[in-house]
Design a protein around this ligand. Structure first.
Ligand SMILES: [Zn+2]
Length: 191
C-alpha cells in the first residue's frame, strides 16, 4: 500500500510487528545505545539494575501501548509488573514501547533512512528520557511547555551521544530527526 499521506495512516491495518531480521537489528541498536548511555552517564551495573526499564517492540505490546502517531510510548509503572512487590524496594519502572509500524513507515518514506541508525537514534533518545526520570532530573508529568523544552534537550543529548559514532546512515538520521516532534507519547502511572 502506498504511504504518501504522512501520519494519517489507516488504523490497525498496517500494524505489522518486526520480523526476525528486524528484531536482530533492533537488538544491535539497543546494545549500542545502552553502551553509549552507560559511558555518558557513568552508569554502573548495579545502577542499571535500579533504573528499571524494559524495551519492547510491537509483538509484545498491549493494545493501549500501541500508537500510530509516534515512534514509541513510554509507560510508567509504579512497580515492575512481573516482580513481586518488595516493600523495601519502591521505585518506578518504565516500559519503552517501540512502534514497529511507525518506524517502518519512516523507512519507506525516505530510502536514505536505514533501520539500524534510526532504531539506534530512537532507543538512545528514549533511554535518555528514562535515565533523566530515574535520576530525578526530570519529572514524568509536566506542563506542555516544560515537556517541549525537555524534548529539545533530549534531542540535543541524543545528538551529542551519537554524532561521533560510525554507523552507516547515521548522519542522514541525525539531520532528519533532530527536531522530530513525534518521537514518543508518555503514558501515566499504572500500579
Ligand atoms: Zn522525546
Amino acid at each position: 500500500m502506498a504511504d504518501e499521506g504522512g501520519f494519517d495512516f489507516p488504523k490497525n491495518c498496517e500494524r505489522v510487528p518486526f520480523v526476525e531480521e528486524e528484531i536482530v537489528v533492533l537488538r544491535q541498536s539497543i546494545e549500542i545505545s545502552e553502551e553509549l548511555i552507560s559511558d555518558y552517564y557513568k552508569v554502573t551495573t548495579s545502577e542499571w539494575k535500579r533504573y528499571r526499564y524494559d524495551i519492547q517492540s510491537l509483538r509484545d505490546l498491549q493494545e493501549e501501548e500501541v500508537t500510530d502517531s509516534a515512534f514509541a510510548q513510554i509507560r510508567r509503572y509504579l512497580r515492575c509488573p512481573n516482580e513481586r512487590l518488595r516493600g523495601s524496594e519502591p521505585g518506578d519502572y518504565f516500559k519503552i514501547c517501540l512502534q514497529d509500524h511507525v518506524i517502518r513507515r519512516a523507512l519507506r518514506r525516505d530510502p536514505k533512512i536505514l533501520l539500524l541508525p534510526l532504531t539506534t537514534y530512537i532507543v538512545t533518545h528514549e533511554l535518555i528520557h528514562v535515565i533523566r526520570f530515574a535520576k530525578f532530573l526530570q519529572r514524568f508529568l509536566v506542563s506542555p511547555t516544560e515537556r517541549d523544552s525537555e524534548e529539545v534537550r533530549v534531542h540535543e543529548l541524543t545528538h551529542r551521544l551519537l554524532h561521533r559514532r560510525k554507523i552507516h546512515g547515521l548522519a542522514e538520521v541525525l539531520s532528519a530527526f533532530r527536531d522530530c516532534r513525534n518521537m514518543e507519547n508518555f503514558l501515566g502511572a499504572v500500579a
